[in-house]
Design a binder for this molecule. Structure first.
Ligand code: GDP
Ligand code: MG
Length: 306
């Protein structure tokens, strides 16, 4: 027998108590209905807890998913709860799973302290960026310690999604060929840590030094937290512990990362994502009224006049 539909306020309350089914439901509501749900809930507008949001970006095949699996394990060993948001449509968290990856992720499937959700390109309202902004509010409210966000660092959308993160690590590999010159413009500037993954393969030292040299020119080089380069192997686990310790020390300094959420640049990004939802809704509605070429012509004139 199906339960009668639970009112959204109850779903929101149950989410805070650790009910994972309620959380999944809340996320679906947010994807379908979006902003009004947040707007009508003080708990979502100003969650009591804030999960440290770690963005993991980089080119396809760099080892992001492999690393995230290691990170889940590492954070769980430290007693931290972890929500994972995979924005990469090719991520094993989403449909395009390969068997090896499935097995690795399945290590965490039965763990109540881990929650995995993928943002497919399901044509969600307002696009991926809007879904990401809405989802992290639910993860905060659900009381997670850490949110891991996997995105492919290739397009503008992915870059925008990194506005959601409190920390950005970019995963690169010695064999990425054109090295940091090949990095998407803008990605370098927003990355806090540069991870040279696949350090079990040749070329990692040279590549790491090359990035370090480039970072000397970074405006942040003189700040208290200059961007850093770390070598690791997500496959063998070498260097992963040092990376996790670095993240943990940053996570512990909430007074440094939390106020940055009120940075106007990030508020603008979230506002824009929400307005895109509204714009899309209005556009669909207005477009469905158009029945004749004349009406279309009138619409065009209306657009050019405003
Ligand atoms: N040799 C080596 N291979 C790795 C390492 N990390 C990941 N891989 C492999 O690289 C491939 C792509 O990894 P994946 O995590 O799916 O990359 P993603 O596309 O960035 O998520 C897989 O075959 C991994 O097993 C590593 O540190 N060393
Ligand atoms: Mg992946």
């Amino acid at each position: 027998m199906r339960h009668p539909t639970r009112p959204i306020s109850e779903v929101i309350q149950a989410t805070a108590k650790g009910d994972r089914i309620a959380l999944a439901k809340l996320l679906s509501h947010l994807e379908r209905e979006g902003p009004p749900i947040v707007g009508n809930s003080q708990e979502l507008l100003a969650p009591a807890k804030s999960a440290f949001r770690i963005g993991i970006t980089g080119p396809p095949g760099a080892g992001k998913s492999t690393l995230i699996s290691q990170m889940i394990g590492g954070f769980r060993q430290r007693g931290k709860t972890v929500a994972v948001m995979a924005v990469d449509p090719s991520s094993p968290f989403t449909q395009g799973a390969i068997l090896g990856d499935r097995i690795r992720y399945s290590d965490h499937v039965l763990d109540e302290g881990v929650f995995i959700r993928s943002l497919g390109s399901r044509g969600s309202l307002g696009g991926l960026s809007a879904s990401a902004w809405l989802m992290v509010r639910a993860f905060d409210h659900a009381g997670f310690d850490v949110v891991l966000m996997e995105t492919v660092g290739v397009g503008q959308t992915e870059l925008e999604i990194m506005n959601v993160a409190d920390h950005v690590s970019v995963v690169l590999t010695p064999e990425s060929g054109d090295g940091i010159q090949g990095m998407k413009a803008g990605l370098m500037e927003i990355s806090d840590l540069f991870l040279v993954n696949k350090a079990d393969r040749p070329g990692a030292d040279v590549f790491a030094r090359e990035i370090e040299a480039a970072l000397e020119l970074d405006p942040r080089a003189m700040s208290d937290q200059p961007p850093k380069v770390m070598k690791l192997s997500a496959l063998t686990g070498d260097g992963v512990e040092a990376f996790l310790m670095e993240l943990e020390s940053r996570l512990d300094k909430k007074a440094e990362w939390f106020p940055k959420r009120s940075d106007p640049k990030r508020l603008h990004a979230e506002a824009k994502a929400m307005l895109m939802i509204e714009a899309e809704r209005r556009a669909s509605q207005a477009a469905s009224q158009i029945q004749t070429p004349e009406m279309l012509g009138k619409l065009f004139r209306g657009i050019s006049e405003t």
